[in-house]
Write a protein that binds this ligand. Structure first.
Ligand SMILES: [Zn+2]
Length: 1007
């Protein structure tokens, strides 16, 4: 207690009292109906009827207050919310919300954007009439808390605002389309919040603005309702699984909050940030009965404000406590969800100074009432689940809605009761984000103006723009001090002692004028920091099952330079705010021949397809012209007017140099290949990201199912390149070739019918989802390659191609202990003369998720070995040492011929013995060619988790395997993933553009 004066102590006590929660236990407003308000008897009766057990409900939702003017959900549904057999389309949900808006001044509906297929997304605000009348004034006040620079970081001013503003609690429903309960729960929730006069609900209505997006994945919702209607119409049959959700991806729509590439993410982000909401609460369904993921398990995301970590605990456990008191079983928090990755939709709030929340409730994937039997681990009592779910129950959609609404209402009430605390925290988090340079660092991230990849740099900056991050641009050159690089620790004690060199000194780095500066003294600094920083997940972490990716560093994945600057002088550099980032492009110089340096920017492929009648060639060697150096793979464009080219290049941020004379360099044509992209009917999740990338780049392709491949006998007549992106779930020969058994059951159609008008959308259709590629399809693909086509595979489809024997001399090995869970790894360029490598440097990062581990062999049919580091040289016991050979007694010694060495990524040399009658020896021109390999074990990790990485270190990462007249291009990495891996897109695009010249620069072994 020394040093703490008496007066200070008093002050502390006083402050402590002032900060204590306003509502003490004795003043808690009891949940439940207001006896003076009449109840809608018929509606209430059906709530009871559809609730399968008395303990699957609560005093908050076991009745519905009556209103003479406001319609209940029955007006649209024809029954109560959660009634069996009823799943409304999004437009029905919207119709109801707009009926509410018409009937009461306590509801307002806002359109927040469109989906990829053109459907509307909405946000519904529910609050008191007065609060909704003052929305704009309230927003202006909230904006000052959200950006404390507006009030000069003045805490007293903030406290005043905290006392005046109405906070915003944003709820989002059914982002995952097979999780169907939220829309009806949210319809009824909106009604209750608008109509119920019980003190408990009135407090929420007066104290908070509840904002609701009842359907996040609108395209997928409509498909799901179709599937459910099909099921109702064919009650005795199996029904199709939801093979498409949104246009592009399925479950991964909830992994897009980093790249913000899907419309639904962008629309929710804009709504969240635009309204200055305090909470984003996303509703899901999986585990019984209500798992509040808010708290989660470790490791926590390293970039969140610790204030948020506290809020998670407070809100999450309160939620459990409130529902425990209602006697509702199966409500818990903590669980097995770690909050490391910021890819989830709810994380928009976590890294924009709000509070992220997520529920998993129990659902039947439709509105059937069904008997559900749980696994022992699901009904076991644990320390964090004191009242666990029951082993076997009859479960209804109404039960689901009861849980969802009860959880939300208790949350809204607790939030409202403590709104001053949460608003103050909202301000404090924003203030601490703004003070990041001085309090914790870094001061800024700098993206230099001389980055050789300006178009990719712009793509990365546009991600930050979508994240509402402020971007500035230096108006003059500047330099900053970079901290000294720590030396890699000396391995041995001896080395350490001998080391006499002085500690490394800090260095300075110059940045040219026009460099982009992401200042960390801004309210949304944390999201920028989280995306641009590096991740490290320790192999010793107690969490052994990461919930999602462990690394994502955007600068690395985009192959764009990003400097993390701790020197706060960077903030004094003269700079302007940038409103819209666009890479500068266009034609410079004089001449009618045009050259474009190749820096592996995807925009080059866009340009090739845009200028479809231009003649474009790629230089097979570096050259100099017009005083400029052009690297291997640079484009030479002819037959296009300067004006056309200038316009296209300016739009794409591609820099073009006009040349007066053609350079003397070997070239080959760069063609706009005819592309097919293959999908299975098992899952379209992972390939969806490939479609998204191609669509964004304006590269046309035909979208074909494996079933379609089986029916096209002359694939070469239609296509030059077939892309077969990863399927997911390690789908092997059995799943992809055989599909789902058709020997029993009924066909599972995926096509538009009067019952299912929304299923197909802009994607693909089939009469039966079950058949796979089939052996006809396998034969067609093989023939395609034999006759000169290029088949490009990645991860599990690479393994598939190898299992099917498509590529001689390449094999896959199973990992023993290796664990690379969605990490950023380092690759090395092996063959810079391959067109697939055009524009790439010696080192580059890529996304890897456990391989596969590829190995080469020059012997057909032989599996390459997985090799770990330099192999031990074996010798038998005898005289001498490892280097000094043994002898044989009684005869002269004979020196063994020297063994030829090879690198781990190479094929071991063909031995003399293998050459004897060597009909299995693959002739050199037919041997696979390694383009990229994984880095050495010590350099492999860029970001995330790598355990046992030596199993894959140095092994091939991208292989070009000749086959017949064509090629199979095999990726062990995933080059096109979640809109995050822009740096590796060009590996795929290079293979496409150079499809008929992939052998360029090939150096064959002598024998
Ligand atoms: Zn979900």
């Amino acid at each position: 207690m020394t040093g703490l004066g008496w007066s200070k102590l008093v002050l502390l006590v006083l402050v402590g009292t002032a900060l204590a929660p306003r509502a003490g236990a004795d003043r808690e407003t009891p949940p439940g109906r207001d006896p003076k308000q009449p109840v809608d008897e018929a509606y209430t009766e059906r709530i009871h009827k559809y609730t399968t057990e008395p303990y699957f409900t609560s005093p908050l939702v076991d009745y519905l207050p009556a209103s003479k003017t406001v319609p209940t959900p029955q007006a649209v549904l024809g029954d109560v919310a959660g009634a069996p057999g009823i799943l409304p389309y999004a437009e029905d949900v919207y119709r109801y919300m707009r009926l509410l808006e018409k009937a009461t001044p306590r509801v307002k509906v806002f359109s927040i954007g469109k989906t990829e297929e053109g459907r509307e997304m909405i946000a519904v605000a529910v609050s008191s009439e007065e609060n909704l009348k003052n929305l704009e004034e309230n927003r202006a006040r909230l904006a000052k808390l959200a950006d404390p620079r507006a009030i000069k970081l003045d805490d007293a001013e903030a406290d005043k605002l905290v006392g005046e503003v109405v906070p915003i609690y944003y709820i989002t429903g059914t982002i995952h389309s097979p999780e169907t309960g939220a829309p009806t729960a949210l319809m009824e929730l909106a009604y209750r919040l608008a109509v119920d006069e019980s003190p408990y609900i009135k407090e929420i209505r007066d104290g908070t603005i509840t904002l609701i997006t009842p359907v996040v994945e609108v395209d997928g919702r409509d498909r799901m309702v179709d599937v459910y209607k099909w099921h109702l119409a064919h009650p005795k049959q199996f029904y199709p699984w939801l093979v498409y959700w949104g246009k592009y991806v399925a479950h991964d729509n909830n992994r897009d909050a980093m790249g913000v590439t899907l419309r639904l993410t962008e629309n929710v982000l804009h709504t969240y940030v635009g309204w200055k909401a305090q909470v984003l609460h996303d509703l899901h369904e999986s585990v019984p009965y209500l798992y509040d993921n808010t708290i989660g398990d470790e490791p926590y995301n390293a970039w969140i404000d610790p204030i948020l970590a506290d809020e998670w605990q407070v809100i999450g456990w309160n939620n459990v406590a409130a529902m425990t008191k209602f006697g509702m079983p199966g409500v818990f928090a903590h669980g097995d969800f770690d909050t490391w990755s910021p890819g989830y939709l709810m994380f928009i709030a976590a890294l924009h100074n709000g509070i992220s929340r997520l529920y998993e409730t129990f659902g039947n994937g439709g509105a059937d009432t069904e008997e559900r039997t749980l696994q022992p681990e699901q009904y076991a009592r644990t320390w964090y689940r004191q009242n666990p779910p029951l082993p076997k129950v009859l479960w209804s959609q109404r039960d689901n809605n009861n849980y969802e609404e009860t959880g939300l209402l208790t949350s809204l009430h607790f939030f409202t009761e403590n709104k001053q605390r949460f608003l103050k925290n909202f301000y404090l988090k924003a203030k601490r984000s703004t003070m990041k340079p001085s309090e914790e660092g870094p001061a800024a991230y700098v993206l230099p103006a001389d980055d050789p990849r300006p178009a990719l740099q712009a793509e990365l900056l546009q991600v930050l723009e979508r994240q509402a991050v402020e971007i500035s641009r230096a108006t003059s050159a500047f330099s900053v001090t970079l901290p000294a690089k720590k030396p890699k620790e000396p391995a041995k004690e001896k080395d350490r002692k001998e080391e006499k060199s002085p500690p490394p000194a800090p260095t300075t780095r110059e940045f040219p004028a026009g460099s982009y500066i992401i200042r960390m003294d801004q309210p949304y600094s944390r999201i920028a920091d989280a995306l641009l920083d590096h991740q490290y997940w320790s192999p010793d972490d107690p969490q052994k099952t990461p919930y999602d990716d462990t690394g994502w560093t955007f600068g690395e994945l985009y192959h764009v330079q990003v400097a993390r600057v701790t020197d706060s002088k960077v903030l004094d550099v003269p700079m302007d705010r940038v409103r819209e980032v666009h890479a500068r492009g266009g034609v410079k110089g004089e001449g009618t021949l045009f050259a474009i340096a190749n820096r592996a920017e995807p925009a080059l492929a866009t340009l090739r397809y845009k200028l479809h009648d231009a003649s474009i060639e790629a230089a097979e060697e570096p050259f100099e012209s017009a005083g400029k150096k052009f690297n291997r793979g640079s484009f030479l464009v002819r037959n296009r007017s300067r004006g056309d080219l200038d316009r296209a290049a300016a739009e794409l941020g591609v820099q073009v140099t006009a040349l007066t004379a053609p350079p003397e360099v070997k070239t080959h044509p760069v063609r706009a290949a005819r592309i097919a992209l293959v999908h299975t009917w098992l899952s379209t999740q992972t390939e969806g990201w490939w479609r998204l990338a191609l669509d964004k780049l304006g590269i046309p392709y035909d979208y074909l199912s494996t079933q379609a491949i089986a029916k096209i006998s002359d694939l070469n007549g239609k296509y030059d390149v077939i892309l077969f992106p990863p399927v997911g779930y390690n789908a092997g020969v059995d799943a992809v070739v055989n599909g789902i058994p058709t020997a029993w059951g009924n066909p599972l159609p995926w096509k538009n019918t009067p019952e299912t008008p929304n299923l197909v959308g802009k994607n693909d259709a089939t009469d039966d989802l079950r058949p796979g590629l089939g052996w006809d399809g396998v034969a067609h693909l093989q023939e395609f390659v034999e006759r000169g086509g290029v088949l490009l595979t990645a991860m599990d489809t690479s393994s598939l191609a190898l299992s099917l024997g498509f590529a001689d001399g390449v094999s896959t090995q199973n990992a023993n202990k290796m664990k690379i869970v969605g990490s950023v790894v380092e690759m090395r360029l092996v063959d810079d003369a391959s067109p697939i490598a055009y524009g790439y440097e010696e080192k580059g990062a890529a996304y890897c998720d456990n391989g596969p581990i590829l190995s080469l062999s020059s012997i057909a049919g032989q599996r390459g070995r997985r090799r770990l580091g330099p192999e031990m040289r074996a010798r038998p016991t005898g005289r001498g040492s490892l280097d000094d050979p043994d002898f044989a007694v009684g005869r002269p010694g004979m020196e063994a011929p020297e063994e030829r060495k090879s690198e781990i990524w190479e094929s071991p040399p063909v031995s003399d013995e293998q050459k004897r009658n060597g009909f299995r020896v693959i002739p050199p021109p037919r041997r696979p060619r390694v383009i990229f390999r994984y880095a050495d074990s010590k350099d492999l990790l860029v970001s995330g988790l790598i355990e046992g990485g030596d199993e894959i270190a140095q092994h091939p990462a991208v292989v070009d395997a000749p086959s017949g007249k064509g090629h199979v291009v095999l990726f062990s990495i995933n080059p096109v993933y979640r809109g995050e891996t822009w740096g590796t897109y060009a590996m795929v695009l290079n293979a496409i553009l150079n499809f008929d010249s992939l052998n360029a620069g090939r150096k064959d072994a002598a024998e």
